[in-house]
Ligand binder design. Structure first.
Ligand SMILES: Nc1ncnc2c1ncn2[C@@H]1O[C@H](COP(=O)(O)OP(=O)(O)O)[C@@H](O)[C@H]1O
Ligand SMILES: CC(=O)OP(=O)(O)O
Ligand SMILES: [Mg+2]
Length: 354
């Protein structure tokens, strides 16, 4: 079965066709994607099924589902919980429906992997009546990437029960994975929480939001938190490559942006380790996780108290492919794994369609 995978992220659109054994038959990436209509390239091989990455599945969509008018409507209803992402997934679904009306489609959810969070990790200390009325809870995101990266690292290491996965792309999140199940994560009710991201703030003091609420129009507050914060808010550039270049030219704001990013990352990893009661494997994935050796080195250097130790030359010169970057003396294995949400999605499609 050839599966077309549509991964509409906040900064990129990734289309791939996976054949038997997840062989990549075709690939088409749009970086710095602004959203809008999704166009399929003309040279796509024959496709028997389509899988979409959908960021929010809410409380009910915790497994991949066949797309029907009803499941599409459920996805659309969750738009206000992921306003940056959900419309992009819907654009992908609608484009495929128009172009390949007879091909079955399946939606796979970023939230699904985190459906196993224990109440202690998913419950917000908010009034009971609010939680009951709106189902307020930590959902967590990037689950397709975390699930794949954790499994891949365990395969490469030949075992490991307590795994922390770092998905560092445009959106960034961490997951604490025990025996293949997510038990904690940094993102929350929406993909705005947790780590510092390209343009999103991550966690803030809620009192700061109340203070801003009294001074800004609601649209400006939304826009500032979603599009004007994070690396862009600190260093004027959303892309870490641009920040590195500016910082090396002496731009102190760009340098501080990177330092704040790494500081929060290191804190976040330690908090995931605390949720797991220890660490067997630490995994980096996503555009930053895969390509920025200094982020990995700086984050891990600050975690020396956990006994984690990088092999500097392995970290600096990654051969092609997924690899271990820790020393043999390191208390936990550290790995870099290519983000393959497409493989995880194709797996979900095959499971649903048999
Ligand atoms: N060579 C690189 N060095 C440092 N950062 C990089 C590099 N390549 C990509 N990135 C970072 O990765 C981000 C994109 O990550 P990616 O996972 O591809 O995005 P998305 O979250 O849209 O899937 C970019 O915004 C940039 O900050
Ligand atoms: C959930 C999320 O933040 O996704 P992305 O990294 O694609 O923006
Ligand atoms: Mg991504």
């Amino acid at each position: 079965m050839n599966v077309l995978v549509v991964n509409a992220g906040s900064s990129s659109l990734k289309l791939s066709v996976l054949g038997e054994g997840d062989e990549v038959l075709s690939q088409h990436h749009v970086e710095r994607w602004e959203g809008g209509a999704v166009e399929l390239p003309d040279d796509v091989p024959e496709v028997h099924a389509v899988g979409h990455r959908v960021v929010h599945g809410g409380a009910d969509l915790t497994e991949p589902v066949a797309l029907t008018d009803r499941t599409r409507a459920e996805i659309e209803r969750l738009t206000d919980l992921a306003p940056l992402h959900q419309p992009r997934a819907l654009a992908g679904i609608d484009a495929v429906t128009a172009l390949l009306p007879d091909v079955p489609q399946v939606a796979c959810f970023d939230t699904a992997f985190h459906a196993t969070l224990p109440p202690v990790a998913s419950t917000y200390p908010l009034p009971e009546r609010w939680r009951r009325r709106w189902g307020l809870r930590r959902y967590g995101f990037h689950g397709l990437s975390h699930a794949y990266a954790a499994r891949r690292a365990v395969d490469l290491a030949g075992g490991g029960s307590r795994v922390v996965t770092c998905h560092l792309g445009a959106g960034c999140s961490l997951a604490a994975v025990r025996d293949g199940r997510s038990v904690d994560t940094t993102m929350g009710f929406t993909p705005l929480g947790g780590l510092v991201m390209a343009t999103r703030s991550g966690d803030l003091d809620p009192g700061l939001l109340l203070w801003l609420r009294d001074r800004l129009d609601p649209e400006d507050l939304d826009d500032g938190l979603e599009h004007g914060s994070g690396l862009a808010g600190l260093g004027g550039r959303a892309d870490l490559r641009d920040l590195r270049e500016a910082a090396s030219g002496g731009d102190v704001d760009a340098a501080l942006a990177i330092d704040v990013f790494v500081h929060r990352l290191r804190q976040g990893v330690a908090s995931m380790v605390a949720s797991l009661g220890g660490l067997d494997l630490l995994v980096f994935t996503g555009g930053i996780g895969e390509h920025d050796a200094a982020v990995r080195a700086d984050a891990v250097r600050g975690l020396g108290f956990l006994g984690v130790e990088l092999d500097d030359s392995r970290n600096a010169d990654l051969d092609d492919g997924d690899t271990r970057i820790s020393t043999s003396a390191s208390a936990a294995g550290v790995f870099v794994v290519e983000a393959r949400e497409d493989v995880e999605i194709a797996r979900g499609v095959r499971r649903v369609l048999g």
